[in-house]
Design a protein around this ligand. Structure first.
Ligand SMILES: [Zn+2]
Length: 358
């Protein structure tokens, strides 16, 4: 009887062993295939980690959980497997950073109904806003594909979800040297009450990122690239959008104004303080996704931009860009580019002029 039980037990053991061996064999074949495809550049290196950790790792973990004790799976498989994935990912070729020589590149990323702009200069990278929570994977992919690993400066124009939603991913995945935010009453609830803001600040603290607060008149530079903050100008606004850091970015004789979601109240203050000759620029990042509450006549006349770039989502519920704004641009014969129609929009400046590149 005891012998029969033992035989039964060893039969069950050998079945479990067979299942394990088959699983390991399948895993080894899959793993090798993925690594070979990644090494040969058939699949982008930045997708390999997601694939190995997600599809393969979680799938195998679930299967092993059915035949082995859970804590054993966690201890033996999950920890070691994740270490192994990190090891393999480190071995894979990294995408080359876009080469720049005497020029800057500006990417108005397609991040749906939100904002994220990357400026790549020979001396480093500046990210203005990080889109909403839904664009995390897309934004990470854009930056990885450009070979970005370090952001020398991240500007958070204002703490709305569609501008800082993916900041937690930025701090998790990239080295961030400086974070600049508007110099608001940062302890007020409107600024700090959101989870997105808290996660962004936790990310900055964990990395030891230098955090600073800017307002109208503040400046910084990165090599030849110069940043002048035009707003906020007041100590109080009715609308959080008007707290947006508005930035004039100058490279050689080319310049652009990035507005966040600043509306006409802030735009009028900017015109009153700086006047048209200081505001003249080539490209306007349309305020508040092309809402008619921004891009007022006085502001458009003062900045005299030739190009407007609108960052908005296809079929968004706000009807952005609003027709009156498009009419105001048309009256001034501005060229309009929209991320909802064209996806990511890229310009290059050689210091003398901006050219759109595919
Ligand atoms: Zn917005």
């Amino acid at each position: 009887m005891a012998q029969k039980k033992r035989r039964k037990k060893s039969k069950r053991m050998s079945k479990a062993l067979r299942v394990c061996l088959i699983m390991l064999a399948v895993l080894a074949v899959l793993f090798t295939t993925v690594v070979v495809l990644a090494m040969s550049g058939v699949i982008p290196a930045n997708n390999v980690e997601d694939f190995l950790e997600g599809f393969v790792g979680e799938g195998v973990e679930k299967a092993l959980d059915k035949i082995l004790p859970n804590d054993l799976v966690d201890e033996v498989f999950v920890d070691k497997y994740n270490d192994f994935v990190d090891f393999v990912v480190d071995l894979l070729p990294k995408p080359e950073r876009v080469a720049l020589d005497g020029e800057i590149r500006v990417y108005f990323f397609d991040v749906g109904q939100s904002d994220s702009i990357l400026i790549m200069a020979p001396e480093g990278n500046v990210l203005v806003d990080a889109g909403d929570n839904d664009c995390q994977d897309a934004l990470e992919g854009y930056l990885d594909d450009l070979g970005v690993t370090t952001l020398h400066c991240v500007i958070a124009t204002h703490p709305h979800e569609d501008h800082i939603g993916s900041m937690d991913m930025i701090f998790e995945e990239f080295e961030v040297l400086n974070l600049i935010m508007p110099n608001a009453e940062v302890d007020t609830d409107t600024f700090t009450a959101t989870g997105d803001y808290t996660r962004m600040m936790e990310g900055a603290e964990e990395q030891g990122t230098a955090v600073s607060y800017a307002s109208s008149g503040s400046t910084f530079s990165l090599g030849e690239l110069e940043f002048l903050f035009l707003a906020p100008n007041s100590k109080d606004y009715n609308d959080l959008n008007d707290w947006s850091l508005v930035t004039k970015v100058t490279y050689g004789s080319t310049s652009m104004i990035l507005t966040g979601d600043a509306e006409s109240a802030s735009e009028k203050e900017i015109v009153a303080k700086y006047g048209s000759s200081a505001l003249d620029c080539d490209i306007l990042k349309s305020g508040h996704h092309g809402s008619s509450s921004s891009s007022c006549d006085e502001f458009l006349d003062a900045i005299d931009a030739e190009i407007a770039v609108i960052s908005c989502g296809t079929g968004n519920k706000y009807g952005h860009p609003n027709q009156p704004v498009l009419d105001r641009y048309e009256e001034r014969e501005m060229q309009v580019y929209r991320t909802d129609l064209e996806g990511t929009i890229v310009f290059v400046s050689n210091g003398a002029e901006f050219t759109r590149v595919p």
